[in-house]
Design a protein around this ligand. Structure first.
Ligand code: ATP
Ligand code: MG
Length: 274
């Protein structure tokens, strides 16, 4: 199969029929990209165009190129060759298989050898993202939102081994953002996040700002924003820690929160992020 080095979007038209400001955008292997913009601005439509290999045949009239060429037929015809995994907002499983069995079947379909160790690796990966460890014996339909999303990300990265992964709003699922970004940076793939979260957007190389169904603006993350991103991730870590305590039924004191905020502003020792 053809090796993917680059994927490009050729701009089309916004909802009002006007040509998009952004005429072309290129993503390279290893890039983390964000798509941001108000509700209804066309973020989901943009990632759907990517997943569908739009070729002037969607409402936006955008085109998707792989390595500067129209997407080859081998990718469209054979679903197992599909290089794009979409982790969507709505994840209702049809399968009530136990998690372990589900992963094993997928692993055997994708790469016949050492299925067992790949399943273990996938579960490890998922468990680093979610606060609540996944029991491989529990059924897929029993998983929480955060566990489900974590498992799907792990499955796409490790078992599916997809070179291009699209993630629609993972922030509401209670996933550890700093860990997701850290883990994903180790893989040479293209990750495209639809997000409302500045901690994720500023950790990307590039963000596309959507408006009225069109790509309005591209912003590359400069050095100052990269520093800002690490602060925002630290704030996120604090929120996650308190969320955990709150969920466990603990009372959270004003002073405790104040201390953590002070620590963020003036970190004598690094705050403990579990
Ligand atoms: N370029 C376009 N041309 C025509 N219709 C479009 C275009 N872009 C988006 N739309 C339509 O506009 C509506 C809103 O777009 P979309 O669902 O992608 O917004 P969103 O940014 O994902 O919103 P949310 O933040 O609520 O998820 C959809 O019905 C979509 O099909
Ligand atoms: Mg959407």
């Amino acid at each position: 199969m053809m090796k993917i080095e680059k994927i490009s979007i050729i701009g089309g038209y916004g909802r009002d029929g006007k040509a998009e400001e952004i005429k072309r955008v290129d993503f390279y292997m290893g890039d983390i990209i964000s798509i941001v913009g108000p509700t209804g601005s066309g973020k989901t439509a943009l990632i759907n165009d990517i997943e569908l290999y739009a070729d002037g045949n969607t409402p936006s009239k955008r085109k998707v190129l792989i390595n500067d060429q129209p997407v080859p037929e081998e990718f469209s015809l054979n679903p197992s060759q599909h290089p794009i995994a979409l982790i969507s907002q709505h994840t209702n499983f049809l399968s009530d298989l136990p998690v372990g069995e589900f992963l094993e079947i997928h692993a055997r379909i994708r790469r016949s050898e050492n299925a067992a160790s790949i399943v273990g690796e996938t579960l490890d990966f998922a468990n680093q993202l979610t606060g609540e460890a996944i029991d491989p014996r529990s059924s897929m339909t029993e998983l929480s939102g955060g566990q489900t999303r974590s498992l799907l990300i792990a499955d796409a990265v490790i078992i599916g081994n997809a070179p291009i992964i699209l993630l629609d709003e993972i922030e509401n699922a209670g996933i550890h953002k700093r860990k997701v970004l850290e883990l994903l940076k180790k893989y040479k793939k293209i990750f495209i996040f639809v997000t409302h979260d500045p901690a994720i957007a500023l950790s990307s190389k590039l963000r596309i700002i959507m408006g009225k169904g069109a790509m309005q603006k591209l912003v590359e993350t400069g050095e100052d924003e990269q520093l800002a991103a690490s602060k925002l991730q630290a704030i996120d870590g604090v929120m996650l820690d308190f969320r955990k305590l709150m969920r466990l039924g603990k009372e959270i004191g004003n002073e405790e929160v104040e201390d953590r905020i002070k620590q963020l502003v003036n970190p004598g020792k690094p705050p403990e992020i579990k």
